[in-house]
Design a protein around this ligand. Structure first.
Ligand SMILES: [Zn+2]
Ligand SMILES: [Zn+2]
Ligand SMILES: [Zn+2]
Length: 134
């Protein structure tokens, strides 16, 4: 009986490992084509302020969300390379935090269950004029 249980567990472990290894992204250009973080950060990136690719520090997600407009995409690369009228660099920037039941503005503490609604609502405490989540 034990042996039968072990196989699905092992398969799940392998799937999780593959899934994690598959999710190394540059947070500026969204490029996923790197074997490891060292290789990524050693290569030049046309979209990065530092000139080098930088690692997206968030966990793998079903949907990646823009911190400025709340736009969601299942593709990280598509998100950070698509135009965003609210972002200072004119492309969506991916939220690096975890999925939560509710999100709070880092400047005034206002909470909302909807990420999108929060970042699109006006905030007097935020320099950009809208609530900000980081
Ligand atoms: Zn890059
Ligand atoms: Zn956006
Ligand atoms: Zn706020």
């Amino acid at each position: 009986m034990k042996r039968v249980l072990c196989i699905p567990l092992f398969a799940a472990f392998c799937a999780a490992a593959l899934f994690a290894a598959d999710r190394i992204y540059c947070k500026w250009c969204g490029s996923p084509n790197f074997a490891n973080v060292r290789q990524m950060t050693a290569s030049p990136c046309a979209k990065s302020p530092s000139g080098r690719h930088e690692l997206y520090g968030g966990a793998p997600r079903q949907f990646y969300v823009c911190i400025y407009c709340g736009f969601e995409s299942a593709s990280f690369e598509q998100l950070v390379t698509s135009p965003c009228s609210r972002s200072p660099r004119r492309c969506h920037d991916a939220y690096e935090g975890t999925v939560k039941a509710s999100y709070a503005c880092k400047n005034c503490g206002f909470e909302s269950r909807s990420f999108r609604q929060l970042v699109l609502s006006p905030c007097r405490a935020s320099p950009r004029g809208c609530h900000e989540v980081r």
